[in-house]
Design a protein. Structure first.
Length: 131
């Protein structure tokens, strides 16, 4: 007896295979299609939850960075007020340079990630995406 080997890609088998399942198990093709729909919906739900969590984490990080920056500027201003000019300026300039570094690093990271995704999507050089 010779068996044929079939390949398919995607969440569902070819229609002929679904029909064969329907012949073997009444409603089998519908069950497989329903399973694929449930899996797709589950994946979308997980992706939505992950995106929402990423947004919340980013927002929380920005809030904490703002609080720390304001506190550092207030502390630096206080140090300058009480005559500790060097310490106050060092504190404020240090905080501002850290913020600038984080901003630059974030922009560079985002550009690298975008470039990587473009390369995955359009090929090795990504030329098709920029034209």
């Amino acid at each position: 007896m010779m068996y044929a080997l079939e390949y398919s890609s995607g969440p569902l088998p070819p229609p002929a295979t679904l029909e064969h399942y329907n012949q073997l198990i009444p409603g089998g093709g519908d069950r497989i299609a329903g399973w694929a729909e449930k899996q797709a919906e589950h994946r979308r739900t997980l992706e939505t939850k992950r995106i929402d969590a990423d947004i919340a984490n980013e927002s929380r990080g920005q809030t904490f960075a703002f609080i720390i920056t304001v506190m550092s500027i207030i502390a630096g201003t206080f140090l300058i007020y009480i005559g500790r000019d060097t310490y106050g300026l060092t504190l404020m300039l240090g905080e501002l340079s850290i913020l600038a570094g984080v901003f630059v690093y974030s922009n560079v990271s985002q550009k690298k990630e975008l470039r990587r995704k473009l390369q995955e999507l359009f090929g090795a050089d990504g030329e098709n995406a920029e034209g």
